[in-house]
Design a binder for this molecule. Structure first.
Ligand SMILES: Cc1cc2nc3c(=O)[nH]c(=O)nc-3n(C[C@H](O)[C@H](O)[C@H](O)COP(=O)(O)O)c2cc1C
Length: 728
């Protein structure tokens, strides 16, 4: 399988540098605390930034014999180096308003010294510094390739910040956190690279030099009266170096944010100005941005970003291992020119290859000559008579990575024979462009003169093995074959499996239906209308049951089929038995929050989600009506308890029941809908919502009846945007 160059680069970069990134991140986490702790020290003096340098010097002079330097650090703490009246040379934090000492200069704690050395040079001096700089650059490249991968995944740059669809925990959070950590990551990596370049003196030198503009004067004056000191506040100052001697050639050296001044110690005139170079300014910014010095907020951002990097390392490797597990190799027994059956696969993350392999094996078992390849390898097939395309859809309805050239290839590659073709699309209903690329492939083949359709395009949602098996049966019937589709030997456990305990179970009724109530062993979120996915033992095909949320438990309504593996398994469960299953969100079938009136229509066990919905607290005063079709009055007894309760609580405003097998009143749910056409047309007119759950046959009949009511009473076809269905 071709692997995207970007994904390959992203992965290679990650593998080659992960140990160093891990070290840098762990030390980065420790170092992020240093500026936070420093900033919390009580050495910041209120309004000190507004005080003039002249006043500060004045105050210091009143307390000490001599001033050597004044320094304002990134926390805005004012530091002075002085000779005390006792003749001692000392450096400490001062209150510039009084000139008095307020604390000793903070010493770097040993843990921070250790972490800094490891972070900067891995204790390997220049070699270590070089490695760290390189790793920082590699991490930057990973951010860039990551951005490209997100853009591809989201289907274009404009969709970059659009919601990410959750397919799998690691992938989802790798992308989501990646989007939000993007800017800090770029800043951290680029500033890291910059600081390394600086250490290796690889940055352009500052060509600005001091040029003296005044001849010296030996006339002593009062330092305090210098204009430059009076007009400059501590806000602008980084450092002031006092003249070392009384020689006129010794100046005050004043480092401001963007320039350096020489000030004559006698005249107070600025004798030279040197502008800070852009390189030096960038160095200063790189230091601040990379270390978080002076800002608790930015240090916290750096800290969180370090944790994000740790998550990327974990989730990135988990995704890769998962892909490896799913990657499938097919050893073709026949060449492309000797095979009668050609299977072409479009796949991004490999799962479609699994289906192709199963299909390939089934054909080979029947003694057929088959050749499997990728859509991007589309070619001319000398003996082929049948083409089967299995393709997923990626991005926003786009081709998966190994199918991107197919559209071009098919127009310029001639075929000698006419091939019968079929397209099977793999996709997910969670995306708007459901199986869109399969639709395009189908259209391309339809247009092509060498292809004739054999079976209409079919779509498989969420890699459903059951749907695939159904399609394979249809396809083999169309070819007069008896394909044996092997179920996968490894039964995948559904993602986010949970344990559920049986806490209630009704007797099985004359329709072979029963209710079973499960209590989740762990606290989980779910809503009536969500689905419970159950894999019965030794069966890879998941069964989905619509959930009713009752007393915070899951209530299912099950019909036991004679040979139904899952329904029989559920029927064998006793009180307190534990079952493994997983919850699948089904937001499209939630009770609407805003509708004034909701009509719920179900037959048989399709009533389940509605039993939960009508028993939910009705905060919006929505009026709920339930139409249910069953076989006999006895069938209804199974559910009556929940319906009575809803009536009692006034969360159900009408119930309309039809029995199809009661001699006295044989009716289907559609007949009752016709009888209540005034209610139905009112709900449709007022933009209420109609929810349907149950068999597909019932759904068809109900939609037809609703359409008839809409056309006759409202003179308009049924507005499908008001209909929600969950039928099977
Ligand atoms: C990022 C991403 C984008 C997807 N976009 C679509 C889409 O637009 N339409 C669709 O039907 N399915 C979409 N899917 C679902 C996949 O097509 C589906 O999971 C398929 O079975 C994956 O097959 P593969 O593993 O062979 O690539 C998308 C999946 C992912 C991860």
């Amino acid at each position: 399988m071709t692997i995207s160059i970007w994904r390959y680069s992203h992965l290679t970069l990650a593998i080659s540098s992960s140990i160093f990134i891990l070290l840098a991140t762990l030390t980065g986490i420790i170092l992020a605390f240093e500026p936070i702790l420093n900033k919390l020290e009580p050495y910041a003096v209120k309004n000190a930034q507004t005080l003039s340098v002249a006043k500060t010097i004045d105050n210091l002079k009143a307390n000490y014999d001599e001033i050597i330097s004044i320094n304002i650090d990134r926390n805005s703490f004012v530091q002075a180096s002085v000779i005390t009246k006792q003749g001692k040379n000392q450096t400490f934090y001062i209150n510039p308003f009084t000139g008095k000492k307020i604390g000793n200069v903070i010493e770097k704690a040993p843990i921070f010294k250790f972490a800094t050395n490891l972070h900067r040079s891995l204790f390997l001096k220049s070699t270590g510094r070089f490695i760290v700089g390189l790793v920082s650059f590699l991490l930057f490249l990973m951010v860039v390739t990551g951005i490209i991968l997100i853009v591809k995944r989201q289907g274009g740059i404009l969709n970059f910040f659009k919601k990410v669809i959750k397919e799998d925990f690691q992938q989802y959070f790798h992308v989501v956190i990646g989007k939000y950590a993007l800017i800090p990551l770029i800043i951290i990596t680029l500033s890291g690279v910059y600081l390394s370049l600086e250490k290796f003196s690889l940055l352009p030198l500052n060509k600005n030099k001091h040029v003296l503009t005044e001849t010296h004067t030996d006339k002593p004056t009062q330092t305090l009266n210098f204009d430059v000191f009076k007009s400059t506040t501590l806000k602008d100052i980084k450092h002031i170096e006092f003249p070392f001697s009384t020689d006129a050639e010794d100046y005050f050296i004043i480092k401001l944010k963007d320039k350096e001044l020489y000030v004559n110690q006698y005249s107070g005139n600025t004798v030279s100005k040197k502008k800070e170079s852009l390189v030096a300014l960038a160095s200063s910014w790189s230091m601040v941005l990379h270390t978080g010095q002076g800002s608790i907020l930015w240090s916290l951002v750096l800290l969180v970003t370090c944790f994000a990097i740790l998550f990327f390392i974990y989730s990135g490797f988990a995704i890769t291992l998962n892909r490896k597990k799913h990657s499938i190799k097919i050893n073709n027994k026949f060449s492309k020119d000797n095979a009668e059956y050609i299977i072409l696969v479009g796949s991004e993350s490999g799962s479609t290859f699994g289906f192709a392999k199963t299909f390939y094996n089934a054909l080979i078992q029947q003694g057929k000559s088959v050749f499997v390849s990728e859509l991007n390898n589309y070619s001319n097939y000398k003996k082929a008579k049948h083409l089967v395309v299995f393709t997923s859809t990626y991005g926003d309805g786009e081709a998966p990575i190994n199918a991107t050239n197919f559209e071009k290839l098919i127009t310029k590659t001639p075929q000698q024979n006419t091939l019968q073709y079929t397209v099977l699309g793999f996709g997910s209903l969670a995306y708007k462009a459901y199986c869109k690329y399969a639709v395009l492939v189908d259209a391309l083949l339809q247009k092509h003169q060498n292809f004739t359709p054999n079976l209409a395009l079919h779509k498989i949602n969420n890699q459903s093995f059951k749907a695939f098996k159904n399609w394979a049966e249809l396809w083999s019937a169309s070819k007069n074959l008896k394909l044996k589709i092997d179920t996968p030997t490894k039964i995948p456990q559904p993602k986010n499996s949970q344990l559920f305990k049986v806490v209630n179970k009704s007797k099985i009724n004359t329709d072979h239906s029963f209710l079973i109530e499960f209590k989740p062993e762990k606290k989980i979120k779910f809503t009536s209308g969500d689905l419970l996915s159950i894999l019965p033992q030794n069966d890879p095909v998941e069964r989905l049951y619509s959930i009713a949320k009752v007393n915070n438990n899951i209530l299912l309504s099950i019909k036991k089929h004679e040979f139904g593996k899952c329904s029989n398994y559920l029927n064998t469960l006793k009180l307190n038995d534990i079952m493994t299953a997983s919850i699948k969100k089904n937001k499209d079938f939630y009770l609407p929050k805003k509708a004034k009136e909701v009509v719920m229509i179900a037959n048989g066990t399709g009533i389940a989600p509605f039993l939960g919905m009508i028993n939910n607290k009705n905060h919006n005063n929505t009026k709920n009506y339930l139409f249910w079709g069953g076989r006999t009055k006895e069938s209804y007894q199974t559910y009556s308890k929940y319906i009575d309760k809803a009536f009692y609580n006034k969360s159900l405003n009408g119930i309309f029941i039809s029995f199809s097998k009661e001699e006295s009143e044989k009716k289907y749910v559609q007949n009752t809908l016709e009888e209540k056409e005034d209610l139905i047309s009112r709900v449709l007119k007022n933009k209420g919502v109609i929810m349907i759950c149950g068999s597909v046959a019932m759904e068809k009949g109900v939609l037809k009846t609703l359409n008839t009511i809409s056309e006759s009473k409202l003179n308009t076809p049924l507005n499908m945007s008001l209909i929600k269905t969950d039928c099977y």
